[in-house]
Design a protein. Structure first.
Length: 112
């Protein structure tokens, strides 16, 4: 299972129109391995703000950062995606399914 560790907002809030999070960056910041070959990743998701259509305020608006832990080792990818979907469900994320697919391919672009 996973858990949200922390969330923070950097920058000043903008208009209420921009109430959706636009995925910006996925970073694996830590990975804990266990003797049974399982591992738990600590992941930082960085988001910009946007409106419901994905339009941004046109300047460097606030960023929201979400830290979470998720079990990702040697279990079916669909189970990992379902857990990530559950963890992120409390946030209003633009095209959340694309973010979940990007997370599934993180091993190709994240440093471990």
């Amino acid at each position: 299972m996973g858990e949200i560790l922390n969330t923070c907002v950097i920058g000043k809030p903008v208009s209420d129109e921009f109430d959706t999070l636009l995925p910006d960056k996925i970073e694996v910041v830590d990975c804990e391995s266990y003797p049974d070959c399982s591992y738990i990743e600590t992941v930082r998701f960085t988001f910009s703000v946007c409106n419901q259509k994905g339009a941004t305020p046109g300047f460097h608006g606030p960023k929201q950062i979400v830290y979470l832990k998720i079990e990702a080792g040697y279990i079916p990818v669909e189970r990992v995606k379902a857990e990530l979907r559950r963890l992120l469900s409390r946030f209003n994320i633009f095209r959340v399914e694309e973010l979940i697919e990007a997370f599934a391919y993180r091993r190709y672009y994240c440093r471990y």
